[in-house]
Ligand binder design. Structure first.
Ligand SMILES: NC(=O)C1=CN([C@@H]2O[C@H](COP(=O)(O)OP(=O)(O)OC[C@H]3O[C@@H](n4cnc5c(N)ncnc54)[C@H](OP(=O)(O)O)[C@@H]3O)[C@@H](O)[C@H]2O)C=CC1
Ligand SMILES: O=C(O)C(=O)[C@@H](O)[C@H](O)C(=O)CO
Length: 279
């Protein structure tokens, strides 16, 4: 087994810490996820981001068990699906069963679904789960400022993270600023714009990449980590897992960061969290 990659940990507001880089497994085909996670662990990843709705928690659990890596060297995140917000305790127990774990490192409410008004009740359940020690940290995903404010006002418990769509074309500056002010760490999902844009062909990005001897994807990921964001790019390819982890041996200067900041276009590739009502 190879040793872990030199990936920094970031502190979370509840006193725990999270590896700044992980591997995400959304849209990894059923039957493929166990091998993908096994490869990620083999090349040195220690942080895996899954969700009950991805349908691959059991495969993640098998890869973790097979790896022989000590549990306290791993960071496993899963998420409460929308239709389970009124039965969060049971849904969490089912996730633990599928993962074959007795605790996760981070448990998230996947979407706020403000049209149903169930997220606050779910958050209260997550607080109890955290108090039981079966989730080392709890947080949310796709929450807007009003959604976050409601949870904090009603319970006094601040989510450790908010996992949101965030990439150079969609930077969510007001939301990021709010989270930063409240000590909520930002996890950027779709950090590479899901591979759905022309980002990697843009001349400014290509020039920066060439200057550092890096790929455009590495420069975009470095832009995230230099702003203290947590990222878990998804790839099924071993060589890209390695490429995506080689981020901590170079730095972008202020002009380079600004050139990527300038790509902001308000372009989201995922659903709008204010209206996403899938159950
Ligand atoms: N909370 C939420 O609502 C959501 C959370 N997520 C989480 O975030 C993770 C990452 O986001 P995701 O939506 O997958 O999008 P990403 O931005 O990580 O993009 C993934 C795409 O980029 C490609 N890719 C990966 N690395 C490279 C590279 N170095 N160069 C070129 N292309 C590359 C992948 O292809 P290939 O596999 O062929 O290499 C895939 O097509 C998910 O896996 C999931 O864990 C994602 C969506 C929503
Ligand atoms: O990947 C996730 O974590 C998501 O929640 C979304 O991609 C969502 O489930 C979806 O599939 C939107 O079409």
């Amino acid at each position: 087994m190879m040793s872990a990659l030199p990936i920094p940990n970031l502190p979370l507001s509840n006193g725990t810490a999270i590896p700044q880089l992980g591997a995400g497994v959304f849209l990894v085909e059923p039957g493929e996820a166990e091998g993908v996670v096994a490869t990620a662990l083999e090349v040195g990843y220690r942080h895996i981001d899954t969700a009950s709705v991805y349908g691959n928690e059991a495969e993640v659990g098998r890869a973790v068990a097979r790896s022989g890596i000590a549990r306290d060297e791993l960071f496993i995140t899963t998420k409460l699906w929308n239709s389970d917000q009124t039965r969060a305790a049971d849904a969490f127990a089912e996730s633990l069963d599928r993962l074959a774990l007795d605790r996760v490192d981070l448990y998230l409410i996947h979407w706020p679904q403000p049209m149903f008004g169930e997220a606050l009740g779910a958050w209260k359940s997550l607080i109890e789960i955290a108090e039981s020690g079966r989730a080392s940290a709890i947080g949310v995903s796709n929450f807007e400022i009003a959604d976050l404010q409601q949870l904090m006002d009603e319970t006094g418990v601040v989510p450790a993270v908010n996992q949101i769509e965030l990439h150079p074309l969609h930077q969510r500056r007001e939301l990021v600023e709010f989270c930063t002010q409240h000590g909520i760490a930002i996890e950027a999902w779709g950090p590479l714009a899901q591979g759905k844009s022309d980002l990697f062909e843009r001349p400014e990005l290509l020039e920066i990449a060439q200057k550092h001897g890096k790929s455009p994807a590495q420069v975009v990921l470095r832009w995230h980590v230099q702003q203290d964001r947590i990222v878990f790019p998804k790839t099924v390819r071993r060589e890209r897992m390695i490429e995506n982890a080689e981020l901590f041996d170079f730095a972008l200067d202020a002009d380079e960061l600004a050139a990527i900041d300038a790509y902001e276009a308000g372009t989201n590739f995922g659903p709008d969290p204010r209206t996403f009502d899938a159950r």
